[in-house]
Design a protein around this ligand. Structure first.
Ligand SMILES: Cc1ncc(C[n+]2csc(CCOP(=O)(O)OP(=O)(O)O)c2C)c(N)n1
Length: 569
């Protein structure tokens, strides 16, 4: 039977297993919106197309399935760019569908025409301009295949209005075969032998665990490897939760705001085993002085990652889980007790500086809020979605993630405004899980319009605003590196409670430490979204900190005066 391009689009999406899309209509995508009503698809009307992409992204990160966002041409499409770039940097599989002006008008600067395939070329894994209904099904099939295979990423499909309107026979194509696209690899046996030699001769090895563990479901394989070879594990920000925080070999986070003992151990290691991570500059600090005595083995699915930022001794290109499962039978037990206990000794020094261990001076610190939130929510499956800034780092330090996909955050692009919409996507994908947003007062204001989406769709999440009256992380840099000249970082905020209430949602304000737990409990009991405005210490800083480009072991620690006296940070 003949169908329009618009109908073929939805036929194909349904066949790809799509049940929900996030979007915003407009002229060039109207035929698709009209056809949508005849298909079993939930459409979530966002308030800004950036929100649609972050929701699709949150949906994908929470499940591993492809998230879908849809928008019109021109400004609708360009509003998606930040979300697409965010997904690209963190290897998130999303498919974005945009309407395009009629094919005959392309190139004429028609109303709401923009070359979105050109604009998104560097921030998509692949993109398509579709002008004939005969191509729609094949393109959708390819787009999903590309988005989810190999190293996942965003794919954009731009469909002209006439393509959506004209008809052809609908045929669901066979599984795609794309010339020149090789999503899977297997490491050579020579490299495997070299890796085994390095692993067995190392005295002070460390595993660097990245997001690739979550993407390839390699948790069990990594844990077996670590336990069999007795190797401690440091994680990247996006690796948090990939292995349980409570596992005895888990050291915690590395990098700019990583634990001091983790960075020190990396600098003193004789072997780094990089598992599905990409040696981002926030992780390495100065690459010239990074882990100077360590041999390096890198396992990654994307050949382009090997030797990109850090030269490695052995590169194993392949799916992390499959590669580790291949290595496991050949990993011999090694005694590394000295190394592991040396790192425990380093931990002791950090414990005395930990803000959780300082006497309570009555002030409300963000770190306490996060720690209390973790204690209160660990009784059930919880997904925390953070925004970008100081609160993101405190979350990473003080919320102990046990499960994969339980932390959703924009690591690579560091996109403020990500958290609220991404949390909506995560909740739609995982209605069974409790979802908390941890967001700064700055980032919240970038996409707070999505409170209306929450109200309209009846989404049940909880929002913790870490309100310090500043663009906190930038203020911290100004404090440390620009002589406290606070250019453009103090914030005048709306009354977040009143604002939330105006959408018919519940809100609370918390100003003292003793009120944190009761507020969290009340929010959890309440059916429907609750916002808590936590008024925290305004000029608190995240410690430790490796200044950008510095050597990884040269960290700014919490000032010792505070450690000794327990006075204000
Ligand atoms: C879209 C965007 N613009 C600017 C930045 C730069 N930036 C990084 S952190 C930050 C401050 C964040 O402030 P807030 O949201 O209040 O969180 P806090 O650091 O106080 O926890 C800024 C401006 C960014 N990451 N993203």
């Amino acid at each position: 039977m003949k169908k329009t391009g618009a109908q073929i689009l939805w036929e194909s999406l349904v066949r790809e297993g799509v049940t929900c899309v996030f979007g915003y209509p407009g002229g060039a995508i109207l035929p698709a919106y009209d056809a949508m009503l005849d298909y079993p698809i939930r459409h979530i009307l966002v308030r800004h197309e950036q929100g649609a992409t972050h929701m699709a992204d949150g949906y994908a990160r929470a499940t591993g399935q492809v998230g879908v966002a849809i928008a019109t041409s021109g400004p609708g499409a360009t509003n998606m760019v930040t979300g697409i770039a965010t997904a690209m940097m963190d290897s998130v599989p999303i498919v974005c569908i945009t309407g395009q002006v009629g094919s005959k008008a392309i190139g004429s600067d028609a109303f709401q025409e923009t070359d979105i395939t050109g604009i998104t070329l560097p921030v998509t894994k692949h993109n398509y301009l579709v002008t004939r209904p005969e191509d729609v099904a094949r393109v959708v099939r390819e787009a999903f295949y590309v988005a989810r295979s190999g190293r996942p990423g965003p794919v954009l499909i731009d469909i002209t209005k006439d393509c959506q309107q004209s008809s052809c026979e609908f045929v669901w194509p066979d599984a795609p075969k794309l010339r020149g696209y090789r999503p899977s690899h297997t490491p050579s046996s020579r490299e495997v032998e070299q890796a085994l030699d390095l692993i067995h001769s190392a005295k002070r090895p460390i595993i660097l665990a990245g997001r690739g563990i979550q993407l390839s479901n390699a948790r069990e394989a990594v844990l077996k490897f670590a336990e069999q070879a007795n190797v401690p594990i440091a994680t990247t920000l996006l690796g948090l939760g990939a292995i349980p925080a409570s596992h005895p070999l888990n050291l915690g986070m590395m990098g700019m705001h990583g634990e001091a003992w983790v960075n020190t151990a990396i600098q003193e290691a004789d072997l780094l085993l990089a598992f599905g991570m990409r040696f981002d500059d926030r992780v390495t600090g100065n690459v010239k002085t990074y882990a100077p005595n360590a041999k390096k083995i890198h396992i990654d699915i994307d050949p382009a990652e090997l030797n990109k930022n850090v030269r490695v001794d052995v590169g194993l290109i392949g799916d992390l889980r499959e590669t580790l499962e291949g290595l496991l039978p050949r990993i011999e037990a090694c005694d590394r007790t000295d190394w592991v206990s040396y790192i425990s000794m380093l931990k002791g020094d950090s414990a005395v500086r930990d803000i959780q261990n300082l006497p309570d001076n009555g002030h409300l610190y963000a770190a306490h809020v996060i720690n209390d939130l973790w204690r209160e929510t660990r009784d059930r499956e919880t997904i925390v979605v953070t925004d970008v800034g100081q609160h993101q780092m405190w979350e990473a330090q003080y919320y102990k993630h046990e499960e994969p996909r339980s932390l959703i955050t924009s690591g690579g692009l560091g996109t403020m405004g990500f958290a609220l919409p991404a949390a909506i996507g995560a909740k739609v994908a995982r209605p069974d899980a409790e979802v908390w947003v941890v967001v700064g007062d700055g980032g919240f204001q970038m996409t707070m319009c999505e409170l209306a989406t929450i109200a309209q769709e009846g989404i049940d999440i909880n929002i913790a605003i870490i309100n310090n009256g500043f663009l906190g992380m930038v203020r911290q840099w100004q404090e440390f590196f620009y002589e406290r000249r606070y250019a453009a970082t103090p914030l005048v905020n709306p009354d977040f409670c009143k604002l939330t209430e105006s959408f018919g949602l519940k809100a609370m304000r918390v100003e003292t430490r003793g009120d944190v737990v009761p507020a969290v409990r009340e929010a959890r009991r309440h059916q429907g979204t609750v916002l808590i405005d936590f008024r925290v210490e305004q000029e608190d800083s995240v410690y430790p900190m490796v200044p950008a480009g510095n050597d990884l072991h040269n960290m700014i620690r919490r000032p010792s005066a505070i450690v000794e006296t327990g006075a204000d940070a």
